[in-house]
Design a protein around this ligand. Sequence first.
Ligand code: GDP
Length: 195
Amino acid sequence: MEVNQVELTISAVEEEQYPTGNQPEIALVGRSNVGKSSLTNVLINRKNFAHTSSQPGKTQTLNFYHVEDQLYFVDVPGYGYAKVSKKQREKFGKMIEHYLSSRPQLKGVIELVDGRHEPTDDDVAMYQWLTYYHVPTLVVATKVDKVKPSQFNRIEKQVRQVFSMTKIAPFQLFSAQTKLGKEAVWNWISQQTGV
Ligand code: GDP
């Protein structure tokens, strides 16, 4: 999809603030700093719309981006090292779990992992959780411009193995710098949303 129009509809801290209506939603999850904002900006053809930050764990809201008036991208706060109190984190974790497991408009989740490193325990836990709830999930290994192309097969094999992914479970290499994988990610989104 060639995106011309996008707006941040709401940074929601509670369910009552989620957009109403039936338009499909695609959520993006991953550890802080993994490259969620950068991937979002590539998908929507903007340089710095989704906020790229150097401060891990700052985002504490579900950010709904309305794309071409047809679907929403939902930026889910990075898990791992959110700079908030344990109580806040528990409360927020529940809100995210509830959103990811029971939102009818949610048609798929893009889980980002850092293509330079082996997935972490948090990454694995998130993938297992999404699988348990039967949420259609695309695993994206990002920052692969930092890796030699000769290593691409090894990265995919490693992620598939660590995540115990089936052979047909969707996986994509990605780079926000070279835009490698942009079209494939959009194709997957189109398949899930019909947009
Ligand atoms: P977020 O916290 O998951 O939203 O991560 P950001 O999108 O803010 O990215 C975190 C850092 O990684 C920033 O310094 C980005 O410039 C960098 N980054 C993100 N994606 C890529 C990529 O594909 N390649 C490279 N080389 N750097 C990236």
